[in-house]
Write a protein of this length. Structure first.
Length: 629
């Protein structure tokens, strides 16, 4: 046995033992979905606006925000965000004031104010959520990017070339509440609302609208002219449709689509529609957000969308890759949990993908109507071994498999949530990050991971036309340097890992020029310590930016891709494995660096589970492939 293999065995045992100890009684795993502090800030602002008495939570969120402030006065989204993030800093400053536990004369608040003023004040905020919260609480007028869009546009039928359901599901559930509030010119204030007049260094309602965005507005107006009815009738119909849109997508826990951010906007929009603050819909929604909190001895934070199903599926899969079989009680318990979380209701995904039975899985435990391709293939990997001996699991597995295949886009790739929602014109909306938020196109990470599942777990290869179309999409979307862009992870390492493992799983030769080019790119960016690390700035700039340090998940992704391609271990792989093992015993900024992506430049995720999952997968694949050489 090689020295590397002798070191891998104890690490696999330690990781699996640790995970088994952390499993909940229902078979799930709960790890923190840490998403920065803006959601914490919005929750403080919401609770204070509603006069909700929950001082313990407000104080804890205040302290969590404060501890994240940098010496220069700003807040940042990731370690190497050296200049800070203006929108996040505005969110933090406003929430600290509104909490009542910080005051403008405090030294840390003066530093924060100076930073915000030096960057141009409230008018220079780029996050649409920041702008919406400021407008909803009377600190600014509603931005033209929202207020200029006629609410009546919601009435345009799905056959119209631009309609509500051409937008991604994520953008829709945020967009509709904002349209309601902007239409009503809504704002809410009380005696505790702080005034941010000292940060209003420019008008917040004068943002320039691009020619492209104006073209969208003109196009919408032409469509509205075809609707039958008086302006008053159409306006009331649009209000009713917007309200029903939200109400029909409230999850059992009271949240809108299981996102805290959209639920906060929904609550404000319900107030705009005349709902009382004590209406059960609002109080239930508030409680749903509160239940998304994550507590440790150090911090309390609000998770925008708890990752319980995602974490459980990935951990159950990783543990089986480590050679724990389906007879293991932990695996059995996880499979039972996942089996009960498969969706049976039609959701918005069925609008572009009709006549298909539900069969997907969602990201969060409370998610019952918004499945996605990545969570579904993750759950299917976890329960695959049970389908051979159980008719119930076989039925579940088949429904999930057929659902995943049906979600393939016409271009050959796979989206996250909804099929064929990729109209370029929607990226012209005058909102920062619209290209990533407004549409749900085929992505390399989703296509690669889907192909990996279809090849390694469903036994399918390029002999099938739809697999061949998926491989062609990946090959056609490789970057010139050999990498692939990954949408939901950071970033080019993530996409390249998914593409290489997916292509090899469906039978593409490791010697194929596309694969070799991807391998050479991964090797070219390996750090001198043997690991890999990529900055979150790659996501915004759309080019690879080295982090200058190695992270556990990115190192594991790169190694897993190289292991999939190489029939024997190489010096580079072995060096990477040694670094990965070292990282597993460290606890510093590199091990907590966010490697999950939400919205470029605005929303990044530190999955607390990732430092366990992906190293376990990489180490297990190394052992499985090379132990008998």
């Amino acid at each position: 046995m090689s020295k590397v293999l002798s070191e891998i065995g104890p690490e696999i045992h330690r990781l699996t033992t640790t995970l088994i100890q952390q499993q909940k009684d229902d078979g799930s795993w709960h790890f923190c979905f840490e998403n920065g502090m803006s959601i914490d800030a919005f929750v403080i602002i919401l609770l204070r606006s509603l006069n909700v008495s929950n001082e313990e939570l407000i104080h804890e969120l205040h302290d969590r925000i404060l501890i994240e402030q940098q010496p220069e006065g700003h807040w940042k989204l990731f370690h190497d965000d050296h200049e800070g993030n203006l929108s996040a800093s505005i969110d933090a400053y406003y929430a600290l004031l509104y909490s009542g536990y910080s005051h403008k004369a405090d030294e840390h608040m003066i530093r924060a104010k100076n930073y915000i003023q030096s960057r141009g004040g409230l008018a220079k905020a780029t996050s649409i959520l920041t702008k919406a919260i400021l407008a909803a609480t009377g600190q600014a007028k509603w931005p033209a990017s929202i207020s200029s869009i006629p609410l009546e546009g919601l009435l345009l039928p799905t056959l119209f070339p631009i309609n509500l359901f051409d937008f991604s599901g994520y953008s829709r559930v945020h967009f509709v509440p904002m349209l309601i509030m902007a239409n009503r010119k809504f704002s809410i204030q009380n005696e505790h609302t702080p005034l941010l007049t000292d940060l209003q260094l420019g008008r917040l309602d004068t943002e320039p609208l691009s020619r492209e965005f104006q073209n969208i507005l003109n196009y919408l107006q032409k469509g509205l002219e075809q609707l039958i009815g008086t302006p008053h009738f159409l306006h009331n119909a649009a209000i009713t449709k917007a309200e029903q849109f939200m109400l029909e997508r409230i999850e059992p826990d009271g949240t809108l689509y299981s996102y805290a951010s959209s639920t906060i906007l929904m609550i404000f929009s319900l107030l705009a529609l005349g709902y009382d603050r004590q209406d059960p819909l609002i109080t239930h929604a508030v409680q749903g957000i509160i239940e998304m909190q994550w507590r440790t001895n150090q911090i309390t934070t609000i998770q925008n969308s708890p990752s319980t199903v995602w974490d459980t599926a990935l951990i159950a899969y990783a543990m089986q890759e480590s050679e724990l079989d389906e007879n293991n009680k932990s695996i059995q318990s996880a499979a039972t949990y996942l089996y009960t979380r498969q969706h049976y209701k039609l959701g918005d995904w069925s609008i572009h993908n009709p006549n298909i039975s539900p069969g997907g899985w969602g990201f969060s435990e409370s998610n019952t109507i918004n499945p996605d391709v990545d969570d579904t293939t993750a759950a299917l990997r976890a329960i695959e071994s049970f389908s051979a001996s159980s008719d119930s699991y076989l039925d579940s597995w088949n429904r999930g498999l057929f659902w995943v295949i049906s979600m393939q886009n016409d271009d050959g790739g796979w989206p996250a949530f909804e099929k064929n929602t990729n109209k370029e014109i929607l990226t012209w909306i005058a909102i920062d990050g619209a290209r990533s938020a407004a549409i749900d196109p085929s992505e390399a990470d989703l296509t690669g991971r889907t192909l990996e599942y279809l090849g390694n777990f469903a036994g399918l290869d390029t002999g099938h036309d739809f697999i061949q179309r998926g491989t062609k999409w990946l090959m056609n979307h490789q970057e010139q340097d050999g990498s692939w862009y990954g949408r939901w992870g950071i970033c080019y390492i993530y996409g390249t890992w998914a593409a290489l493992t997916g292509l090899t799983a469906v039978g593409v030769s490791p010697q194929h020029a596309t694969i070799q080019k991807g391998v050479q790119w991964l090797l070219s960016i390996q750090n001198t310590d043997g690991g890999w690390g990529e900055s979150c700035r790659s996501d915004k700039l759309r080019r690879y930016i080295p982090l200058g340090a190695s992270t556990p998940s990115q190192t594991a992704w790169a190694l897993d891709a190289l292991i999939a391609v190489h029939p024997q271990p190489t010096d580079e792989i072995d060096k990477g494995i040694r670094k990965l093992i070292t990282l597993l015993h460290e606890d510093n900024w590199m091990t907590s660096y966010p490697t999950g992506a939400g919205l470029p430049g605005m929303f990044y995720i530190h999955y607390h589970s990732y430092r366990h999952i992906w190293p376990l997968v990489a180490l297990s694949h190394y052992r499985k492939k090379y132990e008998n050489l």
